[in-house]
Design a protein around this ligand. Structure first.
Ligand SMILES: NC(=O)c1ccc[n+]([C@@H]2O[C@H](COP(=O)([O-])OP(=O)(O)OC[C@H]3O[C@@H](n4cnc5c(N)ncnc54)[C@H](O)[C@@H]3O)[C@@H](O)[C@H]2O)c1
Ligand SMILES: Nc1nc(=O)c(N)c(NC[C@H](O)[C@H](O)[C@H](O)COP(=O)(O)O)[nH]1
Length: 218
């Protein structure tokens, strides 16, 4: 493990066929019990990372609401700074610390839009956000533990670049199917099983019809 890197947990709720959202972007897979578990976990990390598409589709708050505890810093990967100024994340940025990570592709007007809010903008990467460099900057800010809450494109980047330590996956009792629905891990994927990270199944917890699997990278 590189010394500069914070501890990274990838988290998702998947259908039994490995999807995190339908082709229309409907992603409500967790049960209330599972959301309580998720919010407890949020309270134990220093920051949460999501991708721009998840923000645009879900308009999340990424706060701790179903359990007690502090809100982690919210970090959005948004290469061109395209998120809406009406989004809940920007609208609540005075109350919850928020970082928007962008690349050099951001336009002046989008940078100006983000700077109208009390968020920190981190510019790294040529086309998309350079995640390794971002993690290094976050570790310099004493951010030690990060929860990555997807979506599939972001998950692939962390897995492809081998910059995660743990996976916490809830298997929800639904089957979604479809070539155009979103998988837990998008991107081109590995061409050989041997290229996949090796995972050690650390625990299995049953929450009624939902199964919470905790894997560590070997
Ligand atoms: N069920 C779940 O647990 C769960 C969790 C999260 C998201 N979702 C769903 O996933 C869908 C969105 O997933 P997605 O795969 O389309 O998008 P995503 O949320 O992974 O966002 C991808 C976008 O992030 C931006 N980005 C910037 N730098 C990047 C980098 N270095 N690497 C990767 N992305 C970078 C780019 O604009 C990119 O297109 C939504 O429908 C959401 O509801 C489900
Ligand atoms: N564990 C989990 N189960 C789900 O069923 C689901 N849809 C997500 N999705 C993660 C993504 O980051 C979402 O946008 C936030 O879970 C919404 O977060 P808020 O409630 O607004 O805090 N995550």
């Amino acid at each position: 493990m590189e010394k500069f890197k914070p501890y990274v947990i990838l988290s998702a709720a998947i259908s039994v066929d490995g999807k995190i959202a339908t082709r229309t972007g409907d992603s409500k897979l967790s049960s209330d019990k599972d959301l309580h578990r998720l919010h407890k976990l949020r309270a134990k990390v220093d920051a949460i990372i999501i991708g721009k598409n998840t923000l645009m589709r879900d308009d999340p708050l990424l706060t701790v609401r179903y359990s007690k505890g502090k809100n982690p810093i919210r970090i959005i990967l948004d290469s061109k700074g395209e998120i809406s100024d009406k989004s809940k994340i920007l609208q609540t940025s005075a109350k919850v610390p928020t970082i928007i990570a962008v690349s050099k592709k951001i336009t002046k007007s989008n940078l100006q839009k983000l700077n109208n809010f009390p968020v920190q903008v981190i510019i790294t990467g040529e086309k998309s956000v350079n995640i390794k460099s971002l993690l290094k900057k976050l570790s310099e800010k004493k951010i030690k533990k990060i929860l990555v809450e997807g979506g599939g494109t972001v998950n692939w980047e962390f897995i492809k670049q081998n910059i995660f330590d743990e996976l916490i996956i809830t298997i929800s009792p639904f089957v979604i199917g479809g070539n155009d629905s979103i998988s837990f891990v998008q991107g081109i994927g590995f061409d050989k099983i041997s290229k996949s990270p090796n995972l050690h199944l650390k625990s299995v917890k049953r929450l009624k019809n939902h199964l919470v699997l905790n894997y560590r990278k070997v």
